[in-house]
Design a protein around this ligand. Structure first.
Ligand code: NDP
Length: 330
């Protein structure tokens, strides 16, 4: 009998009703690609939660194996950069959206999407970081490219107790920033402080419609929330500050005015992890390997098995997950 492996499959019926099942698959059923990777670890991102619950149109081809992040070992390759036994990781590129993704024993991928697993990290470490940590790193790198340094003033991180927020706090604190963490979960204050937050604010302060400009409170921001929260973050950013916008946990809208941009010279920096060019990915993973303390990884990550992916996907969309969930596929 040929090789089979378990996979999570999202399907749609004629009335476009979505269902999610655990199925047995064979390598022949995978989509085209030039590298096969044995998936050793994956993770559940907010986006994976949206895909599995169907709450937002993340999946754009049916059926689909969800899961946008994976780490594992190459078992077959016809791509010049990779050979059997190489340890690799993958974030995004439409995997889990338009190309079969991480929630399967085997993934068939394009070699150009893969990044070498930094020697410091195990597959599980890389998935504790996942798209969330890599996006937080891209955000920090964008603030640095905009010339922002910790001596300019505090930095605000919204969606603080989530995956992106947790990593953003740790990475910014590590480089000497005074981090203001905005959270709706006051009970997570000790966790956020352990990551390096200097101050905690209630996210309700930023969640409602606000004025075009407010008191200057921070020099920089990493915003995982969007909507009124991002508008208020911009309105309270100091002259010539910058905010990296990477998420939409409150909403996709941005009810702001041009005031922060034209009266205070504030910059809004867009962060997209999915199609980020390879050079940016390599930079981000190199900096993650350099900057992330081991204690941060263990503080942020909790572990589950394959069978708990679907329930965890529902929990993350309900905002019930703290930090990051690593899925051990072995
Ligand atoms: P999580 O669910 O782990 O974190 C999101 C956090 O946002 C929650 O923990 C919560 O933080 C806060 N939040 C949730 N709902 C609301 C609300 N209604 N109003 C205000 N705050 C809210 O998700 P991730 O960290 O994985 O992702 C964060 C965001 O970034 C998502 O929108 C995701 O789609 C996006 N993203 C974008 C990427 C890109 O390439 N640009 C890549 C990765 C993620 P707290 O409890 O502390 O208030």
């Amino acid at each position: 009998m040929g090789e089979t492996f378990k996979a999570i499959l999202i399907s749609r019926d004629e009335s476009r009703k979505q269902s999610v099942d655990v199925v047995e698959m064979t390598p022949d059923e995978l989509m085209d690609g030039d590298v096969d990777v044995r998936v050793e670890a994956t993770t559940v991102n907010y986006k994976d939660g949206l895909a599995i619950t169907g709450k937002a149109p993340v999946v754009r081809r049916w059926p689909m194996i969800p899961g946008v992040d994976l780490a594992g070992t190459v078992v077959r390759s016809t791509h010049a950069d990779w050979k059997e036994g190489d340890r690799v990781l993958l974030n995004g590129w439409g995997v889990g959206e338009t190309h079969y993704g991480a929630y399967a024993g085997l993934a068939r991928l394009k070699g150009e999407w893969l990044v070498p697993l930094p020697p410091r990290f195990s597959p599980r470490d890389a998935m504790a970081i996942g798209t969330a940590g890599y996006t937080a790193m891209l955000s920090v790198l964008a603030l640095e490219r905009a010339g922002l340094t910790p001596d300019r003033g505090p930095v605000v991180v919204t969606g603080a107790a989530g995956g992106v927020g947790s990593f953003a706090i740790a990475l910014l604190a590590r480089r000497g920033w005074h981090v203001v963490a905005s959270t709706g979960r006051a009970g997570e204050a000790d966790y956020l402080k352990s990551l390096g937050a200097a101050e905690i604010i209630d996210r309700a302060e930023l969640a409602e419609p606000g004025k075009p400009l407010g008191k200057e409170r921070w020099a920089a921001g990493v915003d995982a929330v969007g909507s009124h929260t991002l508008a208020n973050v911009l309105a309270s950013t100091q002259y010539h500050g910058a905010v990296a916008a990477c998420g939409l946990a409150q909403g996709m809208d941005l009810p702001t005015t041009v005031a922060p941009f034209i009266l205070r010279g504030v910059s809004l920096l867009g962060i997209d992890s999915v199609m980020a060019p390879k050079a940016q990915r390599l930079d981000a993973w190199a900096r993650l390997a350099e900057d992330l303390p081991d204690e941060t990884l263990s503080a942020i990550a909790s572990g589950i098995g394959f069978d708990a992916i679907i329930d965890t996907a529902r929990a993350i969309v309900d905002g019930r997950i703290r930090g990051r969930v690593v899925v051990d596929m072995q």
